[in-house]
Every structure is written in C-alpha cells, then in structure tokens.
Design a protein around this ligand. Sequence first.
Ligand code: ATP
Ligand code: 5RP
Length: 308
Amino acid sequence: MSVKHPIVAVTGSSGAGTSTVKNAMEQIFRRNQFQAAVIEGDSYHKYDRVDMRERLKRAQEKGKNLSHFGPEGNDFSELEKTFRAYAETGSGLRRYYIHNEEEAMLHNSKPGTFTQWSSIPEGSDLLFYEGLHGGVVTSNNNVAQYVDLLIGVVPIVNLEWIQKIHRDTNVRGYSREAVTDTILRRMHDYVHYITPQFSLTDINFQRVPMVDTSNPFISRDIPTLDESMVVIRFRDPKKTGVDFQYLLNMIDGSFMSRRNNIVVPGGKMGFAMELIMQPLIEELVLHGSNRVSVETTHDRFSKRVPAL
Ligand SMILES: Nc1ncnc2c1ncn2[C@@H]1O[C@H](COP(=O)(O)OP(=O)(O)OP(=O)(O)O)[C@@H](O)[C@H]1O
Ligand SMILES: O=C(CO)[C@H](O)[C@H](O)COP(=O)(O)O
C-alpha cells in the first residue's frame, strides 16, 4: 500500500527527550530537503494552564483522575482527526501550546495558553508529530493506525525523571518538589496511556545510563551521552528492512543484544538515528512505500489493543 501523505510520529513521556529528537530529525529533513509539517502533541491538551489547574484541583477534591497524560486532559479525537485528514489530503490544522516565555516570543501568545488554529503549510512531504501520544490507542481512539513510522523515545524511567526534573526546574521554573508531585500524580495515566505505545512503535530508542541514577529525585545533572548506552529495538526488523550488519560496521562500539535489538554508545545516538531514520523517511517521502509498517489499517487497529 502506498502512502501519498506519510506521517512520522515520535512519541514519549514528558521529559523523555522527544523535543530533543525532534531537533535531530529536523536536521535530517533539512539535509534531505524534506518539507516536514511539524505538529506538537502538547497542542492537543484540552485545557489551558489556568483552566487545567482549576479542574485538577476540583478533580483531586473529588478523588477523580486528571492529567496531561490521559484522555481527560487531551483531545485524542482531535489528534486522530488531524492525522486522518493529513493522511487523506496532506492538509489540516495545527496550533501550539506555549510553555514558557521563549515559546511565547516565538508564537506571540502567553505562556500557558494555546495559539489559534492555523492551516498546516501546503506542499509538505510529510507530517512530523512530536509529543506524548503519537501512538495512543484507547477504547475510543486509535491515533496509531494513521502513523506510517512510529518512533518511541523511551529512556529508562530513572533517567526520564532526571531529565524531566532538570528541564522543568531549569526551563519551566517549577520547584523540584512540584515536578516530583506531577510525576506521582500522572502515574496511573503513564501506565495506561503512555507506556502501552512503546509496544506498538516500529523503533524504540532507549537511553540507559552507565552511571548511578538510583535516586533520580536528588540527581543534580543529567547523565551525558558518553555516560550512556542506547538500546535500539525494532518491532519487526524484516518489515523495517534494517541492515544490522551495516549498522554494526558503521557504529563503533555497537553490538546486538537480541535479534531485533542493537546497542550503541550514547555518543553515537544521533549518528545511529540518522543512519536508521534517513532511508526510512526517504522511502516514505520519495516512493510512498510504507514498507516500515506494512500492516493495513485493519491490521494496525486489530493489533493496537490497549495493553491494560
Ligand atoms: N539524549 C539526551 N542527552 C542528554 N540530555 C537529554 C537528551 N534528551 C533529552 N535531554 C534533556 O532532557 C530534558 C527533556 O528533554 P526534552 O525537552 O526533549 O523532553 P520532552 O520529551 O520534549 O519533554 P516534554 O514532552 O515534557 O516537552 C532536557 O533538559 C534535555 O536537554
Ligand atoms: O509538558 C507537558 C506534558 O508533558 C505539559 O504540556 C505541561 O506540563 C503543561 O503544563 P504547564 O503549562 O502548566 O506547565
């Protein structure tokens, strides 16, 4: 089945590093002259900051669940509609959620608010999604079925929490205690809506520190790439067409830990990402092949049953 308007999604938890991967992917797009229409998953939050905090307070008073990870805090139907529209027409609408002053300057909107919806630029070669829910499947929605290449950014959770605390305290102005509370509050939806995606992804990039991260809540710095290894897992190497021997030859220090897992030094993560992703995206953009995920929509739907 050929895809005329391919969708590539990078999905991961808060602090996992999807924005960082987005920046790396945009370099690949630039070097290959791929025109990617980028959408950010946080723009599908249901509420702005003030409204969300008020609703969260009321929900907690009633013992109800509400978080930015689950269906109560995000409009999965709107995200699914965007993906379907783009897959069918190469067009659609997008907006941004503004987290801080830097983003406010960029998008001319106040922190904690949404920009207006505007049209996705015409003539794009692909839609690139970065956020929390690129592969989400629930009893009411199946966003993943429209994604031609679904990538998970999944550092081990201690590292993810270190990264989130580091980012939210240094870039978003939250206290370490407030970030820890957010992590705890989101745990139910983390287990039910974030982690099940990583069983459905075509490729996962899992960074594993080689240094102690036993207590992520007191860590003062993020383990560097050189202090890490990256486990790169392929859900179906045959369908993805990955050449492991080529990667092993090209990436010093890499080795296979399983038939579908290649491990690379952390410092080679960007290089590995380019070696793996560039040909897959090129094939999607230039040849419309969705070799990567040959399943039909029906296959995807039938396979993407929520894990819990
Ligand atoms: N590969 C990496 N090596 C070192 N630091 C990283 C890496 N990836 C992410 N980080 C750091 O982790 C923090 C979170 O990264 P990033 O902002 O990309 O997360 P995110 O997944 O976009 O989070 P959110 O979804 O909440 O916006 C940042 O401080 C970033 O610099
Ligand atoms: O990063 C996020 C989800 O991972 C949310 O976008 C962020 O937490 C929004 O909340 P606030 O604007 O109050 O910081």
